[in-house]
Design a protein around this ligand. Sequence first.
Ligand code: PEP
Length: 251
Amino acid sequence: MRRKFMAGNWKMHKTIAEATAYARELVDRLGGESARIMIAPPFTALAAVGATVKGSNIQLGAQNCAPELSGAHTGEVSLSMLKECGVNVVILGHSERRHVYLETDELVNRKVKLALSEGCDVILCVGETESERDKGVTEKVVKQQVKEGLQGVSAEELKRVVIAYEPVWAIGTGKNATPQDANAVHVFIRRLIAEIYDPGVAERLVIQYGGSVKPGNVKELMAEENIDGALVGGASLSAEQFVPIVQAGRS
Ligand code: PEP
């Protein structure tokens, strides 16, 4: 059985002081959980939160990284800078990066390969927009994002990749895919990985669901055979909501 992976993406929320106090509360309250846990604060709070979660069962994630290791790249943050803060997981290809900041599959793939080669794990986000869903092209879109995002990634490296299926229409909207609909896309992704790599690799792959996950819907989502965790935005910002979400990942 795959261990559940419950992750929080704090996006552009929380000052350093707020982030540190909140991370301390999570360390105190989530100490005995069996699920893998990760929080991704904004860049400015990474060093402080990294020091707070050090030695705990909570991993530190970054919400993005530069596709280069150093140099004249104004506004970018490199993997070595992230690792210095304690980061060991990077969220890549989030729909806000794809649709607001126009990141292409090719750029996402460069970041995926660089993060893996620098020793970080990757959460690769994929998912269709509402109009793509209405046109019935969900599988086509997800297939392209998975295939292109993982171009050149070996089966060995794939062990450090998690795929987050996040239908764009469900992110921050309060709408979410039914557990059965989400599971069907997860099955599709697992089959695709079996085709590209092999069935053993596909079986081990952790596939998170993301899109308006809340304490009230997380249990039924996690009960689906192919949903191996959650990538949580809004509900990861308070312990009141994030603690029960993480607890739903208990084995
Ligand atoms: C996300 O940003 O990855 C996300 C799933 O957000 P929310 O939980 O707020 O829908």
